[in-house]
Design a binder for this molecule. Structure first.
Ligand SMILES: C[S@@+](CC[C@H](N)C(=O)[O-])C[C@H]1O[C@@H](n2cnc3c(N)ncnc32)[C@H](O)[C@@H]1O
Length: 372
């Protein structure tokens, strides 16, 4: 409802407008007249009478428009403009997604990203039904997610801290991330190295089946989180601060490589991330991921298993990255598994979880077997 670009506005006045708009449209506890008059006074104090008049006009207009998309580009006439503004997503990301999916699917993704995220627990030692009984006995409501995820969804208002207090051998994790672990299908009794392990979402569940799990990460701070999670869940793993580009290891059967990525599959949980992400960051990450894959491949003996995963939706980090790896490493091939329901697998036996189809986060993973 402003007639000049936001960039021309005094930054303090812009903040006042933002706070006022938030109070008017989202914070039902503040009466509209109070929100407007408070903002007008703040603008007057910060930038004088002209700013006060502007804030008054803009907020009154905004209030008249209501909290729907009335003042936004029309969804039918200008779908990209609508998704960019009303949907609050950068145009470059939308354009990438529109090149791959039909408009209604991109719209579903934008809506999924703007929904309040659910909180899920993965019980490590009991079935979801038993976890739900334990939580209920403590007055904490939860329900099974089903669909092969082995997760439970906490009811709105149930704090994960309270849930972990009665069910310590569990981790807080989205079903998409847990599907990666299930898809990895690490054989029992193997020696596993997780090269990007912190805070342990994959390493902790795997540690239960493996003979030994080494959890490595470049970040000591994040490894400390993993150590705390290991203590709570009663898991034994080796911890090492190490660079996945130069892993100081030998003699493992399985390598997990849950690489740093753009995280475009988890935008629902990180509302600011979409606006901080830049195309150049994608390019840089793709290069690092490729080098990490090469380093991980070096570690594995014939017959070894490499599990590559991301929480990105971008093909450069997923399918294209993988095809480039397989072109460089003819000794590896994708090995499908029946450990997750077929609805999460693509035609090549790779894991693909999409927020717009599942309501979960997004995830991609590939099991890569080195020829014996
Ligand atoms: C996607 S997160 C891993 C999440 C973890 N696997 C889980 O499920 O909880 C990526 C991790 O890679 C680590 N990382 C980034 N660059 C690295 C590098 N060069 N070597 C080792 N770890 C790195 C980050 O510190 C971060 O913890």
């Amino acid at each position: 409802v402003l007639h000049s670009p936001l960039s021309r506005l005094d930054p303090t006045v812009l903040e006042v407008l933002r706070l006022g708009a938030y109070q008017l449209l989202a914070m039902r506890s503040v009466p509209a007249y109070a929100a407007v008059s408070q903002a007008v006074e703040q603008a007057r104090e910060a930038a004088g009478d002209g700013a006060a008049a502007l804030v008054n006009a803009v907020l009154r207009n905004l209030r008249a428009a209501g909290d729907g998309p009335a003042r936004f580009p029309d969804a039918a006439a200008d779908p990209l403009g609508f998704l960019e503004t009303w949907g609050s997503h950068p145009r470059w990301l939308l354009e990438r997604w529109l090149a791959r999916w039909p408009l209604d699917e991109v719209r579903a993704l934008v809506e999924a990203n703007n929904r309040r995220p659910e909180t899920y627990l993965v019980p490590l030692e009991v079935e979801p039904a038993e976890a739900i009984r334990i939580l209920a006995a403590a007055g904490l409501e939860a329900e099974a997610v089903g669909e092969g995820t082995a997760c439970v969804r906490l009811a709105e208002g149930v704090s994960p801290r309270d849930a972990l207090a009665v069910l310590p051998r569990a981790i807080v994790q989205d079903p998409a991330a847990h599907l990666v672990t299930r898809y990895a299908d690490v054989p029992e009794g193997t020696k596993v190295a997780d090269l990007c392990a912190a805070p342990g979402g994959k390493a902790l569940p795997v540690a239960h089946r493996s003979a030994y799990t080494l959890a490595a990460d470049r970040s000591a701070t994040r490894l400390r989180m993993l150590r705390d999670n290991a203590r709570r869940t009663g898991r034994f793993l080796g911890l090492v601060v190490a660079d996945a580009l130069r892993p100081p290891l030998r003699g493992v059967d399985v390598v997990l490589l849950d690489v740093p990525c753009t995280g475009t599959g988890t935008l629902q949980r990180r509302p600011d991330a979409r606006w901080r992400l830049r195309p150049a960051a994608l390019e840089a990450l793709v290069r690092v991921q490729g080098r990490m894959l090469d380093a991980a491949a070096e570690l594995l003996p014939p017959g070894g298993l490499l599990v590559y995963s991301t929480c990105s939706l971008e093909p450069e980090e997923n399918e294209i990255q993988l095809e480039a790896f397989l072109a460089r490493h003819a000794e590896f091939s994708v090995e499908p598994t029946g450990a997750v329901p077929g609805q999460y697998l693509d035609a090549f036996g790779r894991l693909l979880v999409l927020p717009q189809r599942t309501g979960f986060d997004g995830a991609f993973a590939a099991r890569l077997r080195r020829a014996a």
